[in-house]
Design a protein around this ligand. Structure first.
Ligand code: BTN
Length: 247
């Protein structure tokens, strides 16, 4: 599917360039890749550390026929694709931290940032941005990330070929994208949960300044997380930063 690839030495952010291309009429399947980003962006307005020569920074332009409220499901599906690829390098050690941090040994190796432009209630386009830490050494990360971030190199003790990884990512994403478009999120749910063993766990989710606590009951067929809070009420959660609670 991904036939037209725009590669740049450096961009502010591959998501920003992909968004501009999509606004200018670029088709579904156009991909933007950069070797470095000067203003790489993460979720919740965070920065994404994006030095040259080390990592993968890629954004896909997607134009799925779906309602705007379903768009977050694609981010969950992308998490499964990334987890599958990273698992080939670190078998049995990869987890998805809901909604879409990919971790190895509890440290973040990859993140996903989706940006949606919706026309009325339907999706106009979605920019799906994926960053994977590939050949970073510990000292390549800023000090504040030393205890929370990792890379394929740190986990496998060797360099990996970014081109190979990208082609593995393209194949995996192509497969999961087709699956979710054909059969909906319910076809992604079990693979997602196999990387995100979250059901029954006590969690807290922070969104803006609100903190919600409770036990995870389910991820429904729409990809929404449901928890039972301290008062026994069922609460739906669609976004935020999740942490497991010590019980
Ligand atoms: C997160 O975990 O907060 C999401 C990080 C997403 C980073 C990728 S790198 C490629 C694309 N371009 C960006 O500016 N961000 C995403």
């Amino acid at each position: 599917m991904f036939r037209r690839i725009h590669f740049y030495r450096e961009l502010a952010s591959t998501n920003t360039t992909a968004y501009e291309l999509a606004l200018a009429g670029a088709e579904e399947g156009v991909v933007v890749i950069a070797d470095a980003q000067s203003q790489g962006r993460g979720r919740l307005n965070r920065a994404w550390h994006s030095p040259p020569g080390k990592n993968i920074y890629v954004s896909f332009i997607l134009k799925p026929a779906m309602a705007a409220h379903q768009a977050p499901q694609l981010t969950l599906a992308a998490g499964v694709a990334v987890a599958e690829v990273v698992s080939q390098y670190c078998p049995g050690r990869v987890q998805i931290k809901w909604p879409n941090d990919i971790q190895v040994g509890g440290r973040k190796i990859s993140g996903i940032l989706s940006e949606v432009k919706a026309h009325a209630s339907y999706v106009d386009f979605i920019i799906l941005g994926i960053g994977i830490n590939v050949n970073m050494d510990r000292e390549d990360f800023p000090p504040e990330l030393h205890h929370t971030a990792t890379s394929l190199k740190m986990e496998t003790k060797k360099d990996s070929c970014r081109l190979t990884l990208l082609s593995e990512l393209f194949f995996a994403w192509d497969k999961w994208y087709e699956t979710i478009l054909k059969n909906g999120f319910k076809s992604i749910k079990d693979p997602f949960l196999s990387y995100a063993p979250i059901i029954g766990k006590m969690i807290q989710v922070t969104f803006r300044h609100e903190v919600l606590r409770g036990q995870v009951i389910d991820i429904d067929d729409q990809g929404t997380l449901w928890i039972k809070n301290e008062r026994g009420e069922k609460v739906q959660i669609t976004a935020g930063d999740m942490e497991f609670e010590n019980t």
